[in-house]
Design a protein around this ligand. Structure first.
Ligand code: IPM
Ligand code: MG
Length: 365
């Protein structure tokens, strides 16, 4: 089969890790007889430098006409001036909104080989296997008003947290559907003790749960969830959270797997690929880590988050289940053999750079 993939590498370590992910994708193509037509485009700071905008029209157009988008990371000190008109991060936010990918799936897995790389005690990590489902196109990130201004009594800033019941319902349905295929437990995260939008969230969660009598619904306040994720992570199966809580809790959860560099994510417009109006929807795949400016360009970043994002892409967008599994097994095998990038090397092992890690994983495919 032939597939068209857009690769938006972005800034910092983005180009380094996506190069390895593409390497692994090509190995999958050779082994299973597929052709991946890869087109690249600028996004984030790289696009600001060249086009003056973090998301040029051509980049968005490319995303819309491909089968899936593989994304690196955006941002960096060079573009961090708070007064700047264009911010790299607006590039990824606009792509998410433009593609309508309202559900961000962030699976958290603990690899036996890495159990000592996590700062958390091995005993606590036993049985950890969860997926964080983050709402991605609403809430505090997108609601208006959102602005800064100056008054006679000083500066003001406002962001707005608004959710419609439809937005809440569709993200919860993604969570419930996923829970059905897993351990049938769903934790809905909110701050219903403080926020109106959270009280609506909780109300809708209870209503939706009526359609899923086989799934156990639990409500958890976000601050408590932050604590329980570290205290008793094996408790969680599917965690559904709004845009902001999901952002924070998924970074926290990544510590369980030993490093942020390990975790992939998929951003989708629902679990079925066909969207309403009969139009196909394009999904977006990216490691959850950022641009890591401190190590960018050194060839030492961990490409596994990006490589596992390719596995998610193969499975969810291209329905290539066997191929996806081959990538995941290669990663597992290479870790078991002792290959380690710097971020996961605390337990010793064979220290390798970004490109070598990509080679050994591609080689095993
Ligand atoms: C993430 C990142 C982004 C977010 C930034 C880069 C805008 O932290 O994907 O989790 O906050 O969504
Ligand atoms: Mg984040």
């Amino acid at each position: 089969m032939r597939f068209r993939i857009a690769v938006l590498a972005g800034d910092g370590v983005g180009p380094e890790v996506t190069a390895e992910a593409v390497k692994v994708m090509e190995a999958v193509g050779r082994r299973f007889g597929h052709a991946f037509d890869v087109s690249t485009a600028k996004v984030g700071g790289a696009a600001i430098d060249e086009f003056g905008t973090p998301l040029p029209d051509e980049t968005m157009a490319l995303c819309q006409e491909t089968d899936a988008v593989l994304f690196g990371a955006v941002g960096g000190p060079k573009w961090d001036d708070p007064k700047a008109k264009a911010r790299p991060e607006d590039g990824i936010l606009a792509i998410r909104k433009g593609l309508g990918v309202f559900a961000n799936l962030r699976p958290v897995k603990v690899y036996a080989a890495l159990i000592n790389s996590s700062p958390i005690k091995p005993k606590v990590l036993e049985g950890v296997d969860m997926i964080v489902v983050r709402e991605l196109t609403g809430g505090l990130y997108f609601s208006r008003p959102k602005r800064r201004w100056t008054t006679a009594r000083g500066r003001r800033g406002v962001d707005t947290l608004r959710y419609t019941e439809q937005e809440i319902e569709r993200i919860l349905r993604v969570g419930f559907d996923l829970a059905r295929g897993r351990r049938k437990h769903l934790t809905s995260v909110d701050k219903a003790n403080v926020m109106e939008s959270s009280r609506l969230w909780r109300e809708v969660a209870v209503e939706v749960s009526a359609d899923y009598p086989d799934v156990e619904l639990e409500h958890m306040l976000a601050d408590n969830a932050a604590m329980q994720l570290i205290r008793n992570p094996a408790h969680f199966d599917v965690v559904v959270a709004d845009n902001t809580f999901g952002d924070i809790l998924s970074d926290e959860a990544s510590v369980l797997s030993g490093s942020m560099g390990m975790l992939p994510s998929a951003s989708v417009a629902g679990l079925k690929t066909a969207s309403k109006r009969g139009r196909r929807s394009v999904s977006l795949y990216e490691p959850i880590h950022g641009t890591a400016p401190d190590i960018a360009g050194k060839g030492i970043a961990n490409p596994i988050g990006a490589i596992l994002s390719v596995a998610m892409l193969l499975r969810h967008s291209l329905q290539l289940v066997e191929e996806a599994t081959a990538v995941e097994e290669s990663v597992e095998g290479v870790l078991a053999e002792g290959y380690r990038t710097a971020d996961i090397a605390s337990d010793g092992g064979d220290l390798v750079g970004t490109s070598r890690m990509g080679d050994v994983i591609a080689g095993r495919v």
